[in-house]
Design a binder for this molecule. Structure first.
Ligand SMILES: O=C(O)CCC(=O)C(=O)O
Length: 265
């Protein structure tokens, strides 16, 4: 498991991210997984092909809006499988309760640097057995910058692992200290314009975050990270809560302005 259990919170904060092993117990973690599955069943039950507002991203990924959430489909999975739902916590009280859970908000405050936290957005990544696909090297920042401008710098994510995470099932890989270098150069040859150019960004020091279900990883939007596909026979689901200083608009209320990418390297 990374990081070693003797790393203090301050040592972890210096690297830019914090792993809190088994922060949530098995019963509450199971309840969160069940809530995520029940939201998914409800939402996909209402989104027969063609009924929802559909967007196809330049990389071919298909997104459908229903019930105030966006269903992001796995690009290659047959039969179809959902990659993520976002935002999601408003659809279930068990998920929603985590926004005010001190075990999560206390370390998030240290990374956001604000005593009063607000919501920015939330997501469930399903990373289904055998079909959950890769997330290429990226920072969350450029996508959020297109919506929130410079405020995106203050957003941090608490990623709650709903299942055990291993290198084989698509653990997050994250580059220590990468948040300190600001927005990383983007790959101009790739259609979304959002991914990190690894020819110009050193990702060799990345660490793989393997952890048991119920663990929580907190990291800022400028941290360079990726995750591999899920090659195992079990799902690797996670719930992501993205916090910001209180009083700012949520991501869902902000239009996506792709032209803002021109401000970034
Ligand atoms: O869940 C994962 O493996 C990747 C999460 C991530 O990087 C994202 O959702 O932007």
């Amino acid at each position: 498991m990374f990081p070693a259990s003797h790393d203090s919170l301050d040592e972890q904060l210096a690297r830019g991210f914090v792993l809190l092993p088994r922060l949530l117990g098995p019963t509450e973690t199971r309840a969160l997984g069940e809530a995520a599955e029940s939201v998914l069943a409800r939402v996909t039950g209402k989104a027969p092909d063609g009924a929802a507002e559909v967007t196809v991203w330049p990389d071919g990924h298909r997104l459908e809006k229903v019930d105030g959430t966006t269903v992001h489909w796995e690009p290659e999975a047959r039969p179809p499988a959902v990659r993520s739902l976002s935002p999601v916590t408003h659809l279930d009280p068990v998920l929603d309760a985590l926004w005010t859970d001190d075990r999560i908000t206390a370390p998030v405050r240290r990374i956001v640097g604000s005593a009063r936290l607000g919501r920015f957005t939330s997501k469930v990544n399903f990373k289904r057995a055998g079909v959950g696909s890769e997330f290429h090297w990226h920072q969350d920042y450029p996508y959020w910058y297109c919506c929130a401008g410079a405020d995106a710098r203050d957003v941090a994510t608490a990623m709650v692992f709903l299942d055990d995470v291993t290198a084989d099932n698509g653990a997050l890989e994250i580059v220590p200290g990468s948040h300190l270098a600001g927005p990383a150069p983007r790959d101009r040859s790739e259609p979304t314009g959002l991914l990190v150019d690894t020819a110009r960004t050193d990702v060799r020091g990345a660490v793989t975050v393997e952890a048991p279900a119920g663990s929580v990883l907190v990291f800022p939007g400028l941290a360079v990270h990726r995750s591999g596909p899920n090659r195992t026979a079990s799902d690797r689901r996670s719930l992501l809560l993205c916090f910001q200083p209180a009083g700012r608009p949520e991501l869902a209320a902000l239009p996506y302005r792709a032209e803002r990418l021109a401000d970034l390297p």
